[in-house]
Structures are given as C-alpha cells and as structure tokens.
Design a protein around this ligand. Sequence first.
Ligand code: HEM
Length: 123
Amino acid sequence: MTESEIYNTIGEAGFDRLVSCFYAQVPGDAILGPMYPADDMEGARERLRDFLIQRFGGPTRYSDTRGHPRLRMRHAPFPIDEAAVDRWLMLMKNALTEAQIAPEVRQILWPYFVQTATFMRNR
Ligand code: HEM
C-alpha cells in the first residue's frame, strides 16, 4: 500500500475515528491539554482530520479552507519540547489502536507521525 491509497482504504470514517480517539485524550492530558483550545476542540479535531485526509490521498478540504499547511510555522506558538513530542505520539499510538486502524495502514501512518512530530519540536 502507498501513502495515497490510505484514504481509499480507511475512508473519511477511518480518519474521523482516529482523530476522535486522539482528541478524546487531549483535554485530560497534563502536557497537551493546556495547549489546545478548550472552547474549540471540535474545530481542532476537524483541522487535523481534514489535514490527514488531504495528506493521504483524499479531498483537499484542508487547504481549501486553511490554505497551505505550513505545519511548523502553525505550531510555533506552542511550546513543543521533547516531552510534548513524546506525549503527542503516545496519544496517537493509543488512538491508532482504539480506532482499530489496520496493520498495513498503521505501518505507513506511524513512521509519518514520528517524523512529523519530531519536526514540530521547537524547544
Ligand atoms: C509534536 C507534538 C504536537 C503538538 C504539541 C501539537 C499541538 C497542536 C496544537 C496545540 C494545535 C492547535 C489546535 C487547533 O486549534 O487546531 C495544533 C494544530 C494542528 N496540528 Fe499539531 N501538534 C503536534 C504535532 C502534530 C503533528 C505530528 C501533526 C501532523 C501529523 C499535526 C497537525 C496539526 C494540524 C493540521 C493542526 C491545525 C493547523 C491549522 O490549520 O491551524 N500536529 N497542534
């Protein structure tokens, strides 16, 4: 399976499940909870979902509404140190399991998440 085939495999529903499982853990998290907008968790959930859908072969709804992703720049306001990177990845690993993402899809998503999260570190 290639990156661009993931959307066809798990669909909108798969990405929706994944980010829902991820964001369900955020408000109660001591490191990540305070960084995310408590009054707009649904918006944050949709932004990550639409970004991932676009990145892995689905419709370009993310860029249609948000423009170029420029992820590192958009994360600059948040203090992302090694502990925050590790925590983000831990919650995403839990989410991949809870959302029952198929092993062949995980095999592609997981290294991507590790690489991208590491790249977001700014402290
Ligand atoms: C490394 C640890 C990370 C931390 C602490 C972090 C934290 C945050 C926070 C606090 C926001 C603002 C929430 C919002 O209102 O949208 C955000 C937005 C976002 N994050 Fe992360 N993030 C991390 C890694 C990642 C990774 C690995 C990805 C991609 C795979 C990602 C993709 C996004 C996207 C697409 C947005 C919305 C950007 C926008 O359009 O404004 N983040 N992140």
